[in-house]
Design a protein around this ligand. Sequence first.
Ligand code: AMP
Length: 260
Amino acid sequence: MSLYSIKMRGSKEDNHISGAESIVEEKDLQRAVNMLIKRAMNHSKGKSDFINVKIEALKEEIEYIEPLEVTKVEVDNPKEGFNVVKHVLKNLGIAEDKADKIIDFFKLNNNMRGAMLLDINTLKRLESDKKRGVRVTYMDFQGSKLNHLSKDTAYNAHFIEALALATKVASCPNIIGEICFSDDPNYTAGYISSKKYGYIRISQMKKLGESQGGRIFLYDSSLDESCTVKDCINYLQNKKVIIKDRVKIKSNKNYKDFIK
Ligand code: AMP
């Protein structure tokens, strides 16, 4: 069975509007391209006047991995949302003052095309292009997220795509966690994900209408010294990864239950 990667990037007057990708079988190519074009044309940030669609047959070996388990945490406001982030960072073994610095850093550097790669020991950024950051590509759910999107509307595109991305990122040696909130003004949810605690979806990380968003990957070189920063970035940008087609919701929690 041959698989194809489709990548879409839409912009308006040279400003980025939407970017998304799929990995699909040949028989699903047209349906997937249609869905991606629809995304570029109907985005809350505007209607793209330039759409780039790239399709390539995947010839290399593909890695199949299990999705991170999902915990949903309902919070009342963004402040509680960031307290959840801090709580998880501390559980991951990061000292409180460092967790605060990581969160401040994360809030300051937003609206990039990619993610920051932050060394949690030195608090220095590791990617060479600081304006763009690292862009993770070549990941999708098995049978493509098309299935999730058409089967069950509770799985919106943001959530499914972020879960695929976070699962790939968490499978990279030396990355202990990821924090993200969307730059879509209509989408207030975000997450902190890790191999250890799975994907923790937080209902509010910003107020409705705000267009700031960002992503940060937390890197700990002491975990696996045989894997270099270059290997890590290469894995995130180039390795073809398919997430096994099973979204597992582990639990739904409210803020107080989660934080105690
Ligand atoms: P989104 O959830 O698509 O709204 O993206 C939120 C933030 O994550 C963006 O502002 C980017 O900084 C970053 N980002 C988006 N897509 C990627 C990607 N494929 N790889 C790494 N970072 C990304």
